[in-house]
Design a protein around this ligand. Structure first.
Ligand SMILES: [Zn+2]
Length: 269
C-alpha cells in the first residue's frame, strides 16, 4: 500500500513537471499601444481575451494592446492535456495633446465630393487592416524606416486648425523631401497608391498574422501591390503629400486592426 502511494506520488510529480515546464516567452511592452510577440512549444493553442489567435509552425504568435485599454489582458495557452492562464496588467500612459495649424481647410473639413473619395479610400485601407495572412515575418526585428527628428508621437490627441480630431496613431519622422524610405520588415505589399486624400502617397505592407505597416505622405513609390519586399529594402521617398504641413514620414503599425506604438517596436535614431 505504502509502496503504491509512493509510486502514485512520483507519477503525479512527473506529470506536474512534464506539463508545467512548458517554455512560454513574451516579448514586448504590456502597456497601452504595446505589441506582444510570444513563443510557445509547438502544437499549443493560444487564446487572447477568449479568442484563439494564429500560432506559426515555430510556435510564434502576436497581439496588440489598444491605446485606451485599461483591463488586464487574459492569455490562455493550452494543449491536449495542458492549460495555463496568464493575466497581464496593462500599464497606463499619458498621451500628449498636439495642435497643428495651417492645414488647408478642405483637408480638415472635407466637402461632399471629398467625403465620397474618403469613404472609398477608407474601404481600401480597412481591407488591408483586416489582413491576417500566414506570412511569418511579424516576430522578427523591425528596422527604422527613416532617420530624422520625431515630430509626432503615437496616441496624441489632435487638434487640427482648432478642431478636435481622432488621436494620431503614427509616429511622424521629419526628413528632407526625397529621403529614402526603408521597408521596416519583410512582407508583401498590400496597397501602393500615390494619391490618397489624407495620407497622400501610401504603402501598406503585410508582415503576417495581422501585423501590417503603413507609410504615408510619400513622394515616389517604388513598389506595387503584390510585390514581396525584404526588410531594409528602399520602397519610397519622403514627401509631403496628402494632409501634411511639411516633408515627413508617418509610420504606423497595426495588429489585427489595433494601432500599436511604433516607438515601442522600432529602434531609435
Ligand atoms: Zn502623422
Amino acid at each position: 500500500m505504502q509502496k503504491n502511494l509512493t509510486m502514485i506520488r512520483s507519477i503525479l510529480f512527473f506529470l506536474f513537471f512534464a506539463f508545467n515546464v512548458q517554455a512560454i516567452e513574451f516579448k514586448g511592452s504590456f502597456s497601452q499601444g504595446g505589441l506582444i510577440t510570444g513563443k510557445v512549444d509547438q502544437n499549443l493553442k493560444v487564446t487572447v481575451d477568449g479568442k484563439e489567435i494564429k500560432v506559426n509552425n515555430d510556435g510564434y504568435f502576436i497581439f496588440g494592446i489598444s491605446r485606451n485599454r485599461v483591463d488586464p489582458i487574459k492569455i490562455n495557452i493550452r494543449g491536449k492535456i495542458y492549460s495555463k492562464d496568464f493575466v497581464k496588467k496593462i500599464s497606463k500612459r499619458k498621451f500628449k495633446i498636439q495642435r497643428i495649424d495651417g492645414l488647408p481647410k478642405r483637408k480638415v473639413s472635407p466637402n461632399d465630393e471629398d467625403m465620397k473619395r474618403i469613404r472609398k479610400e477608407g474601404k481600401l485601407i480597412s481591407i488591408a487592416k483586416k489582413e491576417n495572412s500566414d506570412l511569418s515575418f511579424f516576430f522578427q526585428n523591425f528596422v527604422r524606416p527613416v532617420d530624422g527628428i520625431t515630430t509626432g508621437v503615437y496616441g496624441s490627441q489632435r487638434i487640427l486648425n482648432g478642431k478636435p480630431r481622432r488621436p494620431h496613431y503614427g509616429i511622424d519622422i521629419a526628413a528632407p523631401k526625397g529621403t529614402k524610405v526603408k521597408n521596416s520588415n519583410s512582407g508583401k505589399v498590400l496597397l501602393s497608391n500615390n494619391d490618397l486624400f489624407f495620407t497622400g502617397g501610401t504603402i501598406i505592407i503585410d508582415h503576417g498574422h495581422g501585423l501590417i505597416s503603413i507609410y504615408s505622405h510619400l513622394e515616389d513609390l517604388y513598389v506595387k501591390e503584390g510585390d514581396f519586399v525584404k526588410r531594409g529594402e528602399i520602397i519610397a521617398t519622403v514627401g509631403s503629400t496628402g494632409r501634411s504641413t511639411g516633408p515627413h514620414l508617418d509610420f504606423r503599425l497595426y495588429c489585427r486592426n489595433i494601432p500599436v506604438d511604433p516607438d515601442l517596436i522600432i529602434p531609435k535614431n
